[in-house]
Design a protein around this ligand. Structure first.
Ligand SMILES: [Zn+2]
Length: 252
């Protein structure tokens, strides 16, 4: 079994998706999930999934940076989400805070509710907003269907979110020497409840950090996790890909 890159914005990379997917396949990546960040990019993600049905799954949602557009896009996104493999990416970003916090919270809570209503997983962006994301999720009967994308929490928040039974997705950040508190929290996550992702075109793992990121680099994330967990790399591929299939699995 190969790898699954559970979070890559193929539409933000200048290279054609066909080439990115070919390079990923050569590196042992079986399939990827491409999350929309607004209605227009959710359509792009949907079209990529239609063009590469065995290689690309997709999600529809509004990124917290764009949250002020929620009232104008909610109907389009809800209609797209009904056909998608997941809802998101959505969440809270109090680091860049490009939209007011109250507006981010409404858009996020409504997307979590939409995912629950549709019976689909939700892809969550959480940056410097652990307590607030926790509050929203704790109200929504969280479980494996909640995917915390590019997880960066330290031991305290990792323990609390793990108690909710959610799915943790690790990105290239875990390969950065500066990410000490995250690396120290990895052992609190059951490898069977974890995913790997690139967040293409951002967050390129070491040692290629200066390059634009792409799905093939998900292997470097898995290798660092294997080291931190004391597992074989092949076992990390098997566990994370099984979790990806369980969370984003398509029902017949
Ligand atoms: Zn993203």
């Amino acid at each position: 079994m190969g790898w699954v890159d559970t979070h890559c914005h193929l539409f933000l990379h200048p290279d054609p998706a066909e080439e990115l997917l070919a390079r990923a396949e050569a590196a042992g990546v079986d399939w990827v999930l491409c999350p929309g960040i607004d209605a227009a990019t959710a359509v792009e993600a949907r079209d990529l999934a239609a063009a590469f049905p065995d290689r690309v799954r997709w999600s529809a949602g509004l990124h917290p940076h764009e949250a002020t557009r929620w009232s104008g896009e909610v109907e389009t996104i809800a209609a797209l989400a009904a056909d998608a493999d997941a809802v998101g990416e959505c969440g809270l970003d109090h680091y860049r805070e490009l939209a007011p916090r109250e507006v981010q919270r409404i858009a996020f809570a409504e997307q979590v509710a939409l995912a629950a209503e549709l019976g689909k997983p939700v892809v969550v962006h959480c940056r410097d907003a652990f307590a607030e994301v926790y509050e929203v999720l704790a109200d929504a009967e969280p479980g494996p269907w909640v995917v915390l994308h590019s997880w960066t929490g330290g031991r305290r928040w990792t323990r609390r979110f793990a108690e909710l039974g959610v799915t943790f997705s690790f990105s290239g950040i875990v390969t950065y020497p500066t990410a000490g508190s995250l690396r120290e929290a990895v052992d609190l996550v059951d490898p069977a409840s974890a995913l790997v992702e690139t967040d293409t075109p951002y967050l390129t793992p070491e040692p290629r950090r200066r390059d634009r990121n792409e799905p093939r680099n998900v292997v470097a994330v898995g290798e660092v996790l294997a080291d931190l967990w004391g597992l074989d790399v092949a076992e990390v591929a098997r566990l994370t890909s099984a979790r990806a299939e369980a969370v984003f699995g398509r029902r017949p």
